[in-house]
Design a protein around this ligand. Structure first.
Ligand SMILES: Cc1cc2nc3c(=O)[nH]c(=O)nc-3n(C[C@H](O)[C@H](O)[C@H](O)COP(=O)(O)OP(=O)(O)OC[C@H]3O[C@@H](n4cnc5c(N)ncnc54)[C@H](O)[C@@H]3O)c2cc1C
Length: 260
């Protein structure tokens, strides 16, 4: 089945065009870019083939000592479920927008709290794969296939204090449309600090800008475009390399058929 999606409204950065998306209804090999909640992507109007998981992968259930979560399940729904069932270790999902598949693929998290910390296994088209067989690090994993489902160990004791701490940390984040942090923090440094030192905090091209309050958030001020975003990304990489000899690595994923 295919359906139409307007990436300019679907993605958190509000950029992109209306595209046809293949909806995946059962585990199979997918030969297309997998779209989750669209909270970490910057798409051009020239995308490769795109697929997304159907509603059948939006589920949560408890079996023995594990919680099973479908790849299309949004973070807000996961958080409500674990709160209701008094399960801990998911508090980091407070205001972390995404689906489980996207969060696992990106090893999403904040500081030392990462989605992989309590992951047990994932299910792809090749079957179940345990955490020990997956390479993962700061905002990256070597997962090649589609994440249809994952399991986590159940630990009792939803932590409201931790939840408040995440809420507080996120209160500083800009409310403008963005795809989260634009660049990964280089080892022992901060991308935001480097961008600020390069004179790019608040720097604007058209309707795209590095945020005035949070330099590493590339924000859409209204009608920002893919090309404006790319111009800023390239400028930032160039300036930071000239100033500090550091090659900034993108955290956001660029979805453009000319770049794959
Ligand atoms: C305001 C804001 C704050 C944010 N804060 C944080 C933060 O604190 N920490 C953090 O880590 N991130 C943060 N992000 C980024 C984003 O929330 C995460 O990267 C999240 O994991 C994206 O999930 P998604 O479902 O939207 O994935 P998408 O953006 O749709 O996709 C991201 C990647 O995951 C892949 N993918 C998606 N679904 C699957 C699947 N089922 N199987 C295999 N691959 C898949 C895609 O192909 C793509 O490569 C923030 C974003 C915003 C807008």
């Amino acid at each position: 089945m295919t359906k139409q999606i307007n990436l300019a409204t679907y993605t958190s950065i509000k950029i992109g065009s209306i595209i046809d998306v293949e909806v995946i209804e059962k585990p199979l090999h997918v030969d297309a870019f997998l779209l989750g909640g669209g909270n970490n992507i910057l798409a051009s109007s020239n995308t490769p083939k795109i697929a997304m998981l159907g509603k059948v992968f939006d589920f949560l259930h408890v079996k023995d000592t594990l919680v099973h979560i479908g790849g299309a399940t949004p973070s807000g729904k996961i958080l409500s479920f674990v709160k209701k069932h008094n399960i801990k270790n998911f508090e980091l999902m407070q205001k972390l927008p995404g689906t489980l598949g996207g969060m696992i693929k990106m090893n999403a998290g904040l500081k030392e709290w990462e989605i992989f910390n309590h992951l047990v296994a994932i299910k792809t088209e090749d079957g179940w794969k345990e955490k020990k067989d997956i390479e993962f690090g700061y905002r990256e994993t070597d997962i090649k296939g589609t994440i249809y489902e994952a399991t986590f160990e159940i630990e009792e004791g939803f932590d409201n204090e931790l939840l408040s701490m995440f809420k507080k940390l996120r209160d500083n984040q800009p409310n403008l449309p963005s795809a989260g942090s634009c660049f990964k923090n280089p080892l022992n440094n901060y991308a935001g600090k480097l961008l600020d030192e390069a004179g790019l905090k608040g720097f604007r091209v058209g309707d795209m800008a590095f945020c005035k309050t949070h330099a590493n958030f590339l924000v859409n001020l209204g009608h920002g475009s893919f090309d404006e975003a790319i111009e800023l990304i390239e400028l930032a990489k160039k300036r930071v390399f000239e100033n500090n000899g550091i090659n900034l690595e993108l955290e956001i994923k660029i979805v453009d058929s000319r770049r794959v």
